[in-house]
Design a protein around this ligand. Structure first.
Ligand SMILES: C[S@@+](CC[C@H](N)C(=O)[O-])C[C@H]1O[C@@H](n2cnc3c(N)ncnc32)[C@H](O)[C@@H]1O
Length: 212
């Protein structure tokens, strides 16, 4: 008799692993406070979408007029994710599963959400200058990746636009120290004020009050 193909049988893995139990499911609502930094009704992009946990929060709390969800999905990972420990169920998570969630978010607000299966720089280079009111950057976390993404965001950001992102750790030797280094360098080079908020979130603004 054939084995029923449920999620566990198919993946041969952790039966408790699901979108609902994923650590991004807890992390996403914790970041809702970032809504205070963005103009409601703006044009924004989440770069690095994965299972679209935070996309849902963005849609509900940032209340964008236009939301680009940008992630290359199959073009970067093929059929299954790399073995990023429990984050991808040791490499058993399929790209089809995460992409389906992003498509569901798009379908929930088709006039607002546009899913782009693109690389960050590919997407950004296709935008007109000064298009974006805000960006939430949570894509590649290596120093060079964040540096290049921030450089590509800059000309597409409106003069009063805001860059937000994940995984800013005070200790540059931490796992995602490359994010911290790239963000610090960008802020200094381009005169952005940096705010680091709860849950390792960073906010880069041009118009923050000067420090004493
Ligand atoms: C940490 S996950 C994003 C989590 C998501 N923002 C959330 O809060 O639930 C990082 C994602 O970035 C994507 N990614 C990696 N390199 C990228 C690139 N160059 N452009 C866009 N997305 C990228 C990966 O495919 C992965 O889905």
């Amino acid at each position: 008799m054939a084995t029923p193909v449920g999620k566990t049988a198919k993946l041969g893995g952790n039966a408790r692993f699901s979108r609902e139990t994923h650590r991004e499911a807890t992390h996403a609502p914790n970041r809702a406070y970032l809504a205070q930094y963005v103009r409601k009704g703006g044009v924004g992009a989440e770069i690095g979408v994965f299972w679209a946990h935070f996309s849902e929060v963005i849609l509900a709390t940032f209340k964008p007029a236009k939301l680009y969800l940008v992630d290359p999905y199959h073009r970067l990972h093929g059929q299954t994710y790399p073995a990023w420990g429990p984050y991808t169920d040791q490499g058993r998570l399929t790209v089809a599963e995460t992409l389906a969630a992003a498509k569901a978010v798009q379908a929930s607000a088709p006039d607002v959400v546009e899913l782009r299966e693109q690389f960050s720089t590919e997407f950004l280079e296709g935008l007109a200058e000064a298009t974006l009111d805000w960006v939430y950057l949570d894509a590649g976390h290596k120093y060079e990746m964040v540096r290049d993404d921030l450089a590509a965001i800059l000309p597409r950001l409106k003069p009063d636009g805001v860059i937000l992102g994940d995984d800013y750790f005070a200790d540059p030797k931490a796992a995602h120290g490359g994010v911290t280094q790239a963000v610090d360098e960008f802020a200094k080079a381009h005169g952005f004020a940096l705010t680091v908020g709860k849950y390792c979130q960073y906010v880069l603004r041009r118009d923050a009050a000067p420090t004493a």
